[in-house]
Design a protein around this ligand. Structure first.
Ligand code: SF4
Ligand code: SF4
Ligand code: SF4
Length: 206
């Protein structure tokens, strides 16, 4: 069994957990993403706010970001302030030889082959295994990034809620900036953070 290939970076007032593109399951080829996210977080001012909170050095005061480069979600985006899960959503293009490989590799029973593959997108998690293993290139994929916000552990744990599905990382980064801007403004004005209002803001933008 291979060890998931991801890393954790902790700075003053923030924490980033992110996959490496070298992981064999990765659907993302972005080795510089961690540095980009770190710069955005520091520039936003959220790390200073966290540092100046009572007990600001403790984990629960850090702004936590998680990027998972495949649906296995090893970086735990469901329990972070801001989480992302990359997916590859398959569809049939052309050239199927009915070899059955895609049906055999799909761990979710989300594809069956007749003369060509038929996908059950209710079951498909977007792992991309069918696409990677098709010997004729008959399967194509659309990239998708699910954005989750508001997850946390601690006394009152809460799973993050999905607020958007985007096609590009640039769009995901724009939402991250929006979230940070919202939280910084709220904290500076000493107004409690309100997840529902934040979600309304994101939906307006999206
Ligand atoms: S989430 Fe996917 S890409 Fe990231 S470490 Fe786990 S298996 Fe690898
Ligand atoms: S793996 Fe490719 S060629 Fe084989 S059945 Fe699936 S789509 Fe067709
Ligand atoms: S992307 Fe993954 S879950 Fe979806 S049909 Fe292909 S192998 Fe199955």
């Amino acid at each position: 069994m291979s060890i998931p290939d991801h890393q954790r970076k902790t700075g003053v007032g923030y924490e980033i957990r992110i996959c490496r593109s070298s992981c064999r399951h990765s659907l993302v080829n972005e080795e510089n993403l961690e540095n980009e996210i770190e710069k955005i977080i520091i520039d936003s001012g959220i790390s200073d706010i966290a540092r100046n909170k009572p007990m600001g050095h403790l984990s629960h005061n850090r702004f936590k970001v998680s990027f998972s480069f495949c649906p296995n979600a090893c970086t735990e985006p469901q329990i972070k302030d801001f989480g992302v899960i990359a997916r590859a959503l398959p569809y049939y293009s052309e050239g199927c030889t009915s070899c059955m490989m895609c049906e055999n590799v799909c761990a979710e029973n989300a594809v069956y082959v007749d003369d060509f593959p038929v996908f059950d997108m209710e079951r498909c998690v977007g792992c991309g295994d069918c696409w990677k293993n098709c010997p004729t290139g008959a399967i194509s994929v659309d990239p998708a990034y699910d954005v989750l916000i508001g997850g946390k552990l601690g006394r009152r744990p809460r799973f993050a809620r999905q607020v958007a599905r985007k096609e590009s990382l640039d769009e995901v980064i724009d939402i991250l900036k929006l979230v940070l801007e919202f939280l910084v403004k709220r904290n500076r004005a000493r107004i409690p953070e309100n997840m529902d209002e934040l979600m309304d803001e994101i939906h307006k933008y999206s």
